[in-house]
Design a protein around this ligand. Structure first.
Ligand code: HEC
Ligand code: HEC
Ligand code: HEC
Length: 129
């Protein structure tokens, strides 16, 4: 009987140990990512490799890029509803602008300002599609 209790306690402890890290998963930053246009927007360019982990190590403060992030809870993607979710380049909240504007929060904007990192189309979009 005692043995059964011990086994179930160990099992319960194991479940907790594996379940706990998930509590912080929402704010856990990804490593390497491949970014692509959201479904519904017809992509003209190939997906983009983004070493998220490397950037996170460089800048530490998540808000350098995730400028709407409150500091707790979920980090949303750039194309979240009400954010950079417009397909047309001309729109103020164009998806395109989140990555190519002069703003230092965008990929190209920061790479130009820092004079580091890829700046040409082909470097980031290696294929046409
Ligand atoms: C250099 C800019 C940059 C920094 C700094 C940065 N991120 Fe990100 N992060 C991004 C980009 C770009 C994406 C992709 C967003 C998308 O897919 O729309 C992303 C995606 C994410 C995602 C996935 C969101 C989703 O569901 O699409 C999480 C979670 C995340 N980052 C967390 C963090 C945390 C936590 C930090 C700080 C420790 C951080 N990031 C720092 C640029 C950055
Ligand atoms: C706030 C500034 C900043 C933003 C925003 C930013 N980067 Fe960078 N990125 C850098 C810097 C600085 C480097 C140069 C790192 C080095 O040379 O060690 C870099 C380097 C890179 C590299 C080369 C990595 C390597 O190992 O050589 C890639 C690829 C890259 N960035 C992609 C992106 C993409 C895609 C985005 C947008 C989703 C982005 N970056 C947004 C600052 C930024
Ligand atoms: C520093 C990296 C980087 C550079 C340089 C870059 N882009 Fe992008 N681009 C991205 C990221 C990240 C996205 C969002 C993910 C995606 O849609 O592939 C994107 C998305 C796009 C989109 C919208 C989605 C699509 O496929 O239609 C277009 C259009 C685009 N880029 C064109 C260009 C052109 C043209 C150039 C050169 C003038 C360029 N990009 C240079 C990173 C870059």
């Amino acid at each position: 009987m005692k043995k059964v209790l011990l086994i179930s306690l160990v099992a319960a402890a194991l479940v907790c140990a594996f379940a706990l890290p998930n509590l912080s998963a929402a704010t856990k930053a990804p490593g390497d990512m491949v970014l692509k246009a959201p479904e519904g927007m017809k992509a003209k360019k190939s997906p983009v490799a983004f070493p998220h982990g490397k950037h996170e190590t460089m800048f530490k403060d998540c808000k350098v890029c995730h400028h709407q992030y409150s500091g707790s809870g979920d980090v949303k993607g750039c194309a979240a509803a009400g954010c950079h979710d417009k397909a047309s380049k001309k729109e103020k909240m164009a998806f395109y602008k989140a990555f190519h504007s002069k703003d230092k929060r965008s990929c190209v904007g920061c790479h130009k300002a820092e004079k580091k990192g890829p700046k040409s189309c082909k470097q980031c979009h290696p294929k046409k599609k």
